[in-house]
Design a protein around this ligand. Sequence first.
Ligand code: RM4
Length: 257
Amino acid sequence: MAQLSGKVAVVTGAGRGIGRAVALRLAEAGAEVIVNFPGEVGEAAHAAGVVRAIQEAGGKALAAEADVSDADQVARLFDTVASEAGQVDILVNNAGICPFQDWWGMTEALWDRVAAVNLKGTFLCSHRASQMMRDRGAGGRIISMSSISALVGGALQTHYTPTKAGVRSLMQSLAIVLGPYGITCNSVMPGSILTDINRAHYEEPGLRARDEARIPVGRLGAPRDIAGAVAFLASDEAAYITGADLLVDGGLFVNLQ
Ligand code: RM4
C-alpha cells in the first residue's frame, strides 16, 4: 500500500548502498524522493540511476548534489527541496563514510573528515529539515543511520564508532525537542551490511566467512534489509516511536558467547 503517498523524502548519500535501497523503498511506498549525492567523481551518475529507476517505476524523484558536511551546500540542498518539492516530510540521514584505518595511522584530517560527514552532516541536515517541518506544521520523520558501531567498538574504526554513537544520541535529544511538533527522531543501527563502504574490507581472505559465522541468520546484510526498517519508521505505524533505535544486524550483536 502506498503509505507514503503525498510525502516528500530527502535521503542523503542515496546514490549507492543503503541510501539507494532506502530511496527506492520510500518511492515504492509512494514518497517523492530527493536523492542527495556528494560531489565526488561518479556520484552524480549513481544518483541519476536511482532517479531513473524510481521514475521508470512510476515514481517521482530528483537528484540534488550536496556535501552534507558543508553548511552552505546543505542550505542550498534544502532551498532546492523547498523550491522543487515544496516540503520535506521525511529526512533520512544516511550519508556516511568509514575508511578503515588502524589507530596508529589515524590522522587528524581523517578523524575530522569522518566526524564532519557522519555527525556534523546529520546535525546540519536535521537542523534545516526540522525548521521546514516545524514551519509547515505537519509533523515529520527524521531517521538517521547510526550503526551497531554505536554499541560496540571497531579496531579499524576508532574515528567512525564515536560518530555513530553521536548520531544515536543526537536523535535521542532531538526526539525531546521535536516531539511537540509531531516530528519523530529515530536511529537505525545496521550490522555488517555488504556495500561499497566495506566491500574491499571483506575481500580480505576469511574475513567474510568469519563474520558470517558470527551472524545467526548466516549472512551479511543487504541494503534492502535496512530499507524496510526505514520505511516502517517513516510510516504512520511508527507515530509513537521516537528517540528509539532499531538494530538491524541479523543477530550479530547478541551472539557474543
Ligand atoms: C558498521 C559495521 C560493519 C562495517 C561498517 C563500515 O558499523 O562496523 O561491520 O562494515 O560499519
